[in-house]
Design a binder for this molecule. Structure first.
Ligand code: ADP
Length: 437
């Protein structure tokens, strides 16, 4: 029961008054008061002692001691506080258990580490997918358990917009997609998703495209061979066949170009063509390609300018680089009306090396630019009948640049001409000409 403070004060004063009165009755009022105070002090000491023991002895039970009067009230108050504290604790614990249970039930592996990569917590799926062990791995560096340079670089980069794909360190047949989130003070939440099935499907798709192109190449070579012979003797043919034969020959050579590009693209994708660290002379390469471009331009007489500054050596696969640069330069010729200008520029600066191919051609509507490097994507299908393009050129360029840690930048507008810039990182620049072998 709740009593007001003044009531307790009155009770104490009444008690002291009573003892003083009893003392006065025996002629010693002062002693009566003193005895009353002493009794009250004693009572208070006893209660304080009980409180002290309860507080310092957690095993003594969940209930605070019982008493009467002011002390009874204090103990009741403490009891209420204590009980609600216990309830809160139980509720929080239940919530933590639930969160842990649900993350444990997740199919994705979840790992929490601090900023340096010290493992703090992970779920059951992380044990399965990444091979962590509950007993021994807590407090270890995650880089000791996932020994993969790509993972280390990704972890340290702190830019996690794109996920990373790696093989599982514990089960090499599993392909994992790693996504990291930052929280707290640089702490990392790492989510590992099993993408093995997707990876296999991708692989199947690539193999299929590669195989089909290979299989089609031989019959196609035979057909175009005969067609070419026929075209050579087109004058001897009956007039009604001439047009048909010429068109067939054109289309079959177009198909051959397509097959060649498909095979190259599938090689680039499967990583079959690894990038060598060969040092390529970009000046010589660009001189070659621009000569071919002049031939392609022919009567359309584009002004083709080449401007190469030092250093012009790049570490990379020369035939891939040639293929990428000629795709860009031939596109410029294809999509620039007769008499236009094509400016090819190579330079190096603090950011790395750059190749720019700028033309004064028809340009591209900026809405198409983000999708231009997709296979068979064409900015405006109606205007491509005559260019004979395969629609794979820019996809090839993008893959080759990826192989060389580079990026493709595209600036354009309808009627304003286009500029395609390849950016290569600084590490790829070589100061030395290639060693004579
Ligand atoms: P294609 O074989 O059709 O040229 P690409 O992959 O090389 O295929 O190019 C994709 C599309 O990008 C082209 O169809 C064209 O619409 C556009 N494109 C590429 N280069 C240029 C350029 N220099 N000027 C204008 N449009 C271009």
């Amino acid at each position: 029961m709740h009593h007001s403070w003044s009531k307790y004060l009155r009770q104490i004063l009444a008690f002291l008054a009573a003892t003083t009165a009893v003392g006065a009755f025996f002629g010693h009022g002062f002693w009566g008061l003193l005895v009353g105070l002493a009794v009250y002090l004693g009572w208070t000491l006893v209660q304080t002692r009980r409180l002290y023991h309860w507080l310092n002895n957690p095993g003594a039970g969940d209930e605070a001691p019982e008493s009467v009067g002011l002390w009874g009230d204090i103990f009741d108050g403490l009891n209420r506080l204590h009980q609600s504290h216990l309830r809160t604790r139980d509720r929080l614990q239940a919530e933590i258990n639930r969160v842990q249970e649900s993350t444990n039930a997740m199919r994705d592996g979840v790992v929490m580490t601090d900023a340096r990569g010290v493992m703090e917590w992970w779920n059951g799926s992380a044990e399965y997918l990444l091979g962590f062990r509950r007993q021994t791995d807590r407090g270890q560096y995650i880089h000791n358990l996932i020994r993969n340079p790509a993972f280390k670089a990704y972890f340290d980069r702190r830019d996690y917009r794109e996920p990373l794909e790696i093989r599982s360190p514990a089960k090499p047949h599993l392909h994992l997609q790693i996504q990291i989130s930052l929280f707290g003070e640089g702490d990392r939440l790492i989510v590992a998703k099993d993408v093995t099935r997707l990876f296999q499907l991708e692989q199947m798709r690539r193999d299929f495209v590669g195989n089909v192109s290979h299989e089609m190449r031989t019959p196609l070579t035979v057909i175009s061979g005969y067609l070419e012979t026929l075209v050579d003797h087109v004058d001897e043919l009956p007039a009604k066949w001439r047009r048909a034969i010429t068109t067939m020959a054109q289309q079959s050579s177009r198909m051959e170009a397509l097959i060649t590009d498909l095979i190259l693209l599938s090689r680039l994708e499967t990583g079959e063509q690894m990038v060598s660290d060969h040092i390529s002379d970009i000046a010589a390469l660009l001189a070659d390609v621009s000569a071919d471009a002049r031939t392609l331009s022919g009567e359309r007489a584009h002004r083709i300018l080449v401007d190469v500054s030092e250093p012009h050596y790049l570490r990379g696969d020369e035939s891939q680089l040639r293929s990428a640069f000629s795709n860009l330069i031939f596109n410029a010729v294809k999509y620039t009306p007769a008499g236009g200008e094509i400016r090819i520029r190579w330079w190096a600066d603090r950011d790395g090396a750059h190749l720019s191919v700028a033309d004064t051609g028809i340009g591209i509507d900026p809405v198409h630019i983000p999708r231009l490097t997709e296979r068979f994507y064409r900015a405006d299908p109606s205007r491509h009948q005559d260019t004979g393009g395969t629609g794979l050129g820019l996809a090839i360029v993008k893959h080759i640049l990826l192989n060389h840690d580079g990026k493709l930048e595209i600036k354009s507008g309808v009627g304003k001409g286009s500029e395609f810039i390849c950016h290569f990182p600084r590490q790829r620049i070589a100061e030395q000409p290639p060693a004579e072998s």
